[in-house]
Design a protein around this ligand. Structure first.
Ligand SMILES: Nc1nc2c(ncn2[C@@H]2O[C@H](COP(=O)(O)OP(=O)(O)O)[C@@H](O)[C@H]2O)c(=O)[nH]1
Ligand SMILES: [Mg+2]
Length: 306
């Protein structure tokens, strides 16, 4: 059977960063690995970057978004077509809000149930958790509730108190959603550079949890990812726009801005939150700005990115 691992977490929580390290370990164990990226419509930059980074260590496949039914159908079709390719392990990175039950349901359906089994559900959480709305807190709790292990990212930037606060917050969020789980012992809080083979060997055995978790319906439009294509900005321009957008209450609650900009022929990936902006040179890109947040006003945002 092919094991499938699901890697959950908010955008920017470190899923892709973790997957790169994890795949390196799996490849060193001579396992044949594929990564499925759930991508946003027109944007395939993430997949391109990951393919490049994992060259020779894993294949990268993509499932394009859409509404729920369409997403499930495409995920299923992708898994069927991958079933005969001799993989030992498939790693799935969803984009945005993802219902873990959806994942379990697909894998339990024929014919996939004969080829695949669920390996691990792993949740990535920023160790310096920002203030969250009730809805985001619910999503966080739902991701953590199913996870076999919870991996904290940005430990290099966190103080011991931040980590303690984050663990307390997760436990509290779980209780608020009627989960009895205490995740304190299922947390891994390490800098990426400190991960060793034995850490990955244990992560490979994390499994998943099926506890009691009361589901809550979230309005389809509550969380949104908006795309602005062909935006001509340089690094400074994007930084300045991002700063204004994060501070403009009229556009909704912007959580994260991700973008690719070209400056003097060089591509850069920009990842921004309200307090932090990260810029990295990359080989190839596509002029696009992605704004993720709650109750976003598309028209108002369009005035910033047109
Ligand atoms: N300083 C620091 N940056 C990190 C860490 N993990 C991820 N990042 C950065 O955070 C940004 C988002 O990470 P990514 O793995 O793409 O998150 P994803 O959206 O969940 O896949 C990238 O710019 C990463 O380089 C970490 O532990 N420390
Ligand atoms: Mg990612």
């Amino acid at each position: 059977m092919i094991k499938v691992d699901l890697i959950t977490g908010f955008l920017g929580s470190g899923k892709t960063t973790f997957i790169k390290k994890y795949v390196e370990y799996l490849a060193s164990q001579h396992l044949r690995v594929a990564v499925i990226e759930n991508d946003y419509g027109a944007i395939n930059v993430d997949r391109m970057l990951l393919s490049e980074a994992l060259e020779g260590k894993a294949d990268v496949e993509m499932v394009i978004g859409g509404d729920k039914d369409c997403r499930i159908r495409r995920f299923k079709t992708k898994l069927i077509s991958m079933g005969m390719q001799g993989y030992d392990r498939v790693i799935v990175e969803p984009s945005g809000i993802y219902d873990v039950d959806e994942f379990f349901d697909v894998l339990h359906e024929a014919p996939l149930d004969q080829w695949y089994e669920i390996g691990n559900v792993i949740a990535l959480v920023n160790s310096r958790l920002e203030a969250l709305s009730k809805q985001s807190d619910y999503v966080l709790a739902s991701e953590v509730a199913y996870a076999g292990k919870i991996i904290l990212s940005r430990v290099d930037e966190a103080k011991e108190d931040d980590i303690k606060h984050t663990i307390d917050h997760l436990n509290k969020a779980l209780r608020e959603h009627h989960s009895q789980r205490d995740i304190t012992n299922d947390i891994i809080a390490k800098r990426w550079d400190d991960y060793r083979d034995e850490d990955f060997a244990s992560i490979m055995e994390s499994g998943y949890q099926l506890g009691i978790f009361y589901k809550q319906a979230i309005d389809d439009d509550f969380f949104r990812s908006l795309f602005f294509l062909n935006v001509h900005l340089d690094k400074a321009g994007l930084k300045q726009k991002a700063n204004s957008v994060f501070r403009d209450p009229d556009v909704g609650h912007v959580i994260r801005i991700k973008g690719f900009v070209n400056e003097d022929g060089q591509w850069y990936e920009v990842n921004a939150t309200k307090d932090d902006i990260h810029v990295e040179a990359i080989n190839d890109g596509q002029e696009v700005i992605i704004v993720i947040g709650e109750q976003l006003d598309e028209e108002k945002l369009h005035q910033y990115f047109q």
